[in-house]
Design a protein around this ligand. Structure first.
Ligand code: ATP
Ligand code: MG
Length: 454
């Protein structure tokens, strides 16, 4: 059987070869081919200098952003193909980047600088899989093994530590013993690595099918990246609702929720605040009142430190904060809940709470039925376009100003009051009913001011 290379990629290989440049699919796509899965992209190694590569690629549109590392992105048809000049990396003094690189046009040197044996294979139409480090056997045996001496390779570039965990999680592979030992002893080197590079690997890792095992076996690495996690490891919850310590509970919930980055980050952080917010009864039973807020604060700090984008921080912090709010499965209670969460937020929270519940003791399982009822009610309310946000109200700030209220925070307060009144079924969402509720409603102290404005 030969590798089924897409036409857009073949076109690049053909042009390079016409210019006398031997070029090979390499890395992830060859690994995926050996594993019998569909590669999501094709990287090419070219036995050329960057100048020769650029000359050969003149007929294509290109992106030159990576050219200082010998990488040229070539646009071929609808595909962007990443072509890298074969190189040999010099010494690494900073655990991140080689001090110098040499474009020596040698595929075998280029494979030797790659991180793991399964990623250090190339493919040639003539010779099939080129596999100097036993990557094919490791792929068959489901093993992640550093190319060469693991400790030396992690000292060169410590990002490889978290990449090893990522591939183990995503591919469902075991990390080979000496590679694993080097990870446990050298994870401190991750401190030298740019947070965004770690975070990008972490997100992929969390969405892998083997994430539970990886979280359990490498808790030391996760605590290095997120030091706030340290007290969770082995932290006994001493509660009839729990059978796992905080860290194992967290690890289980990550694996139990759908493989979506935001959801999995939420699970990773949802209970991180527990060891910082527990109280203990005389009987020894522990309580964790307020832990979602503490977890949310830690989440925000940790995600900012990891240089997560704003949307990721905001969504994750929100879900962590609300993960333990449990509305009653009634329309009234669900409307109140939806005012806080919106429909999209509520749906994510159902997933979060399901995963959370499944990692509790049997005592909590009734919760699952409740969540299902809540979901059904939410479906119904969404079909009915239920009024759950201020902009759904039949009147707005302008109407209130026409009624004589001055501009200011009171307008917002009145609209919030009306929203709750509608949600609770105390007022119809119709202009006349809302206006009359404003005139007769009780707005506490603020209403005095409102009346004075008339
Ligand atoms: P994916 O399917 O996620 O794209 P991939 O193996 O292609 O997996 P990339 O991060 O795209 O992973 O890297 C492409 C290739 O470059 C890898 O297969 C590996 O050969 C090499 N590589 C990437 N990062 C490193 C690194 N830090 N050290 C050594 N080699 C690396
Ligand atoms: Mg790739």
């Amino acid at each position: 059987m030969s590798m089924n290379i897409p036409e857009d990629v073949t076109a690049v290989l053909r042009v390079l070869e016409a210019h006398g440049i031997p070029a090979y699919p390499v890395g992830g796509c060859v690994r995926d081919y050996v594993l019998g899965t569909e590669p999501h992209d094709y990287d090419i190694a070219a036995e050329a200098t960057p100048e020769e590569l650029c000359r050969a690629a003149e007929g294509f549109r290109t992106v030159e952003a990576g050219l200082s590392f010998g990488t040229l992105r070539i646009i071929s048809g609808k595909t962007e193909v990443e072509v890298t000049c074969c190189r040999s990396d010099g010494t690494y003094r900073d655990c991140r980047r080689p001090d110098s690189v040499v474009y020596n046009k040698s595929l075998s040197d280029d494979l030797a600088r790659r991180d793991f044996t399964v990623n250090a294979m190339a493919y040639s139409k003539k010779d099939g899989v080129i596999d100097p480090f036993g990557g094919r056997a490791d792929a068959e045996n489901k093993i992640i093994r550093a190319v060469g001496d693991p400790a030396a390779r992690f000292r060169e570039d410590a990002l490889r530590i978290i990449r090893a965990l990522r591939f183990s999680s995503v591919l469902g592979f075991e990390i080979e013993e000496s590679t694993a030992a080097a990870i446990h002893s050298l994870h401190g080197l991750l401190d030298n690595i740019a947070a965004e590079r770690i975070f990008s690997e972490l997100k992929k890792l969390l969405c892998g099918k083997n994430v539970f095992d990886v979280l359990m076996k490498y808790s030391d690495v996760f605590c290095r990246i997120i030091p706030e996690m340290t007290p969770s490891v082995g932290f006994d919850q001493k509660s009839p609702y729990h059978i796992y310590d905080v860290y194992e509970h967290i690890a289980r919930t990550v694996a139990l929720c759908p493989p979506d980055e935001i959801l999995r980050l939420t699970m990773l952080f949802h209970d991180i605040g527990k060891p910082y917010s527990y109280t203990e009864e005389e009987s020894g039973v522990r309580h964790f009142k307020g832990h979602p807020e503490v977890s949310a604060e830690i989440t925000e700090k940790a995600l900012r430190r990891l240089k997560a984008d704003n949307a990721t921080v905001e969504k994750t912090v929100f879900l962590v904060k609300y993960h333990d709010v449990r509305p009653e499965p009634t329309e009234r209670s669900m409307r109140r809940y939806l005012i806080k969460t919106g429909f999209e937020g509520a749906r994510l929270l159902f997933q979060v709470r399901r995963a959370d519940t499944l990692a509790h003791s049997e005592k909590s399982m009734a919760e699952l039925e409740k969540i299902e009822l809540e979901e059904k009610i939410t479906d119904k309310l969404e079909r009915e376009n239920a009024c759950i946000k201020i902009s759904d109200l039949a009147i707005g700030g302008r109407d209130l100003m026409e009624m004589g209220f001055g501009e200011g925070p009171l307008i917002g307060e009145i609209l919030s009051y009306l929203l709750c009144a509608v949600a609770d079924g105390e007022c119809e969402n119709k202009e006349a009913a809302l206006k009359s509720a404003v005139l007769t409603g009780k707005f506490g102290k603020n209403m005095q001011t409102a009346e004075n404005n008339y």
